[in-house]
Design a protein around this ligand. Sequence first.
Ligand SMILES: Cc1cc2nc3c(=O)[nH]c(=O)nc-3n(C[C@H](O)[C@H](O)[C@H](O)COP(=O)(O)OP(=O)(O)OC[C@H]3O[C@@H](n4cnc5c(N)ncnc54)[C@H](O)[C@@H]3O)c2cc1C
Ligand code: SF4
Length: 472
Amino acid sequence: MGKVTGFLEIDRQDRKYKPAADRIRHYSEFLIPLSEEATRDQAARCMNCGIPYCHNGCPVNNQIPDWNDLVYRGNWEEAARNLHSTNNFPEFTGRVCPAPCEASCTLNLEDSPVTIKTIECAIVDRGWENGWIRPEPPLRKSDKKVAVVGGGPAGMAAAQQLARAGHEVHLFERNAKAGGLLRYGIPDFKMEKALIDRRVAQMEAEGVVFHYGVNIGVDCSAAKIVADHDATILTGGAEKPRDLAVPGRELAGVHFAMEFLPQQNRRVSRENFGTEEPILAAGKHVVVIGGGDTGSDCIGTSIRQGALSVMQLEIMPKPPELEDKLTTWPYWPLKLRTSSSHQEGADRDFAVMTKEIIGDNGAVKAIRCVRVDSKMKEIPGSEFDLRADLVLLAMGFVSPVHEGMLQELGVALDARGNVIADTLGYQTSAEKVFVAGDMRRGQSLVVWAIREGRQSARAVDLFLTGASELPR
Ligand SMILES: Cc1cc2nc3c(=O)[nH]c(=O)nc-3n(C[C@H](O)[C@H](O)[C@H](O)COP(=O)(O)OP(=O)(O)OC[C@H]3O[C@@H](n4cnc5c(N)ncnc54)[C@H](O)[C@@H]3O)c2cc1C
Ligand code: SF4
């Protein structure tokens, strides 16, 4: 259980960032890992609570107290094995997960949760450095063939689990490389893409066949994929962005975040983005509309490109700096979150609605805003204009794209437009067709995508063979 009195003796200490003035000059990761000794001290703070709430806070149910204890005792290799028993890709979550586990840690009642995410990342990074993470090809092969459509974290987790269960797995991805939003949405400064390449190599060695540059339902009939395989899992994400229906939306210089961010990720990895016109923030006043992770990534990317100023607007009121623990713990609290990108020089404004985008010669010049009250009613007389040469819309995603694959397969959709399936069977309304990740649950998190990929793999294994040793 770590050190019995660890939480009384040792203060919380977490990874720090390299200085903002340095890190905005490049797109590489800038987290400074804790030393081995400091990481062991942090693991020693785990109290091994009778009921460890962190297990439930973590969507993949990582066995956090167990690997904290192993790290405290210096048994890193066993900690890596334990961590991989619940999470296929801890180096992804150890970098980009918002860590709901830490919100539900008992020590968070005193605002000093165990640094779970940092310890997770240290375990897996050490695992790779020491060669403990190797391909795990199956001992026996089945005669079943599975298609996975979509190479994001849900599709990768599902494919890896099914290949390890002995099935022949073909993963189809529209882009030139695997990773989904981890590859093309999340910037390199949050997670470098070599980490995905390393996992792809591991999965190839386990038997997964990757087919890139094929948009199922557009370049190739979805019905044919379903017919050619014993089961098909749809993991195409929730890619339809929420739009802003205001006058001036059509002006040049107004873009969805996911038109802007993938270009920069491709630039970093020297991947061609064809005939698309480059969208760049250099020398511009940038306004980001939307306050979540995507908005934050637009800020960090704009600053690195050399924006003159960056302003982020959020329609909701400013949340409190600290939550009321007695009403929120052990759940994820609503509170003000300041990302590394915010610290790099962006301004933020809350309770602001965009009324109009104003242009000059067909290009955006300013946006007209109004302040709103807690019921999102406009406050009369509070209108103001903001200078803007580039407006990035980061207001979330409404649903999966329906045109193409989903329409062709005719799978049933829920009221929000997501593909219907429960979390036991993951089965859609179409025969032999399963669904997981954002395409099923709507816009979510990498860790939830991994969970659904793993669980849907077990459901497919059961469907194909009548039994499964894959964990749920
Ligand atoms: C900018 C941004 C930043 C984010 N930051 C974070 C973060 O910091 N932490 C976090 O936890 N989550 C974050 N998220 C959310 C997270 O990335 C997603 O929840 C997660 O990637 C969903 O995984 P998925 O596998 O379901 O779908 P996706 O990652 O969207 O992958 C779907 C894949 O399917 C492919 N595809 C779709 N249709 C087809 C088709 N017909 N044929 C072939 N291929 C197809 C797509 O090209 C894509 O590669 C962020 C999202 C965005 C947009
Ligand atoms: S995956 Fe996320 S929630 Fe789970 S232990 Fe890691 S940081 Fe915490």
